[in-house]
Design a protein around this ligand. Structure first.
Ligand SMILES: [Zn+2]
Length: 179
């Protein structure tokens, strides 16, 4: 499986339409509540906090661990992050009317979901456990590298005048997501 977290989550988050025509997050997460519903005897507590049953919504947004990660990136006063992952996916496409902010939001949501799911699986298969603050630092590094690449590609893709610094993805990142 590709380890590129900006590709894998696209599959995890693959949108499909509900009966109301709304995009919803794929339910491919086989969380422990689903395993239990199939009759499998498994511990049912969340692997991130061990304080509540593991459901998809708990793991991705309601968990104290996940909440700490989301809150770190969406603390800017322009953001009012919805409470469920399905709503977040819809919301992040049109958060502020700023095209760059929206693009970064979409990348960031994918990265957060991927890192939370990967951390959950790491805890399931081994004894290693990263703190939320470590996870946040890893996501910051990944997004900054990705955005640096996007800025560089824009500069070299055409003989356009270089965009002003304040128009770059990285500048937008530090303005809104990592002030
Ligand atoms: Zn939890």
């Amino acid at each position: 499986m590709s380890e590129n977290p900006l590709i894998v989550p696209l599959e995890i988050l693959r949108g499909h339409s509900s009966s109301k025509g709304q995009a919803v997050v794929s339910s491919e997460f086989t969380t422990r509540d689903r395993l239990s519903s199939w009759g499998l005897i498994v511990p049912t507590n969340c692997l991130l906090c061990d304080a509540a049953p593991e459901t998809r919504n708990h793991l991705l947004t309601d968990c104290a661990y996940s909440t700490e990660v989301w809150a770190n990136f969406f603390a800017h006063s322009d953001f009012t992050l919805p409470s469920s992952i399905d709503q977040i996916v819809l919301w992040c496409k049109d958060t502020t009317g700023n095209e760059k902010v929206n693009s970064i939001c979409m990348l960031l949501v994918q990265a957060i979901v991927y890192f939370l799911w990967r951390e959950r699986n790491a805890r399931l298969h081994s004894l290693s456990a990263k703190s939320a603050s470590t996870l946040i630092k890893e996501i910051q590094l990944l997004l900054r590298a990705k955005l640096f690449g996007l800025d560089r590609a824009r500069l070299t893709s055409a003989n356009l005048n270089p965009s002003p610094l304040q128009n770059s993805y990285l500048h937008t990142w530090f303005q809104f997501f990592q002030p």
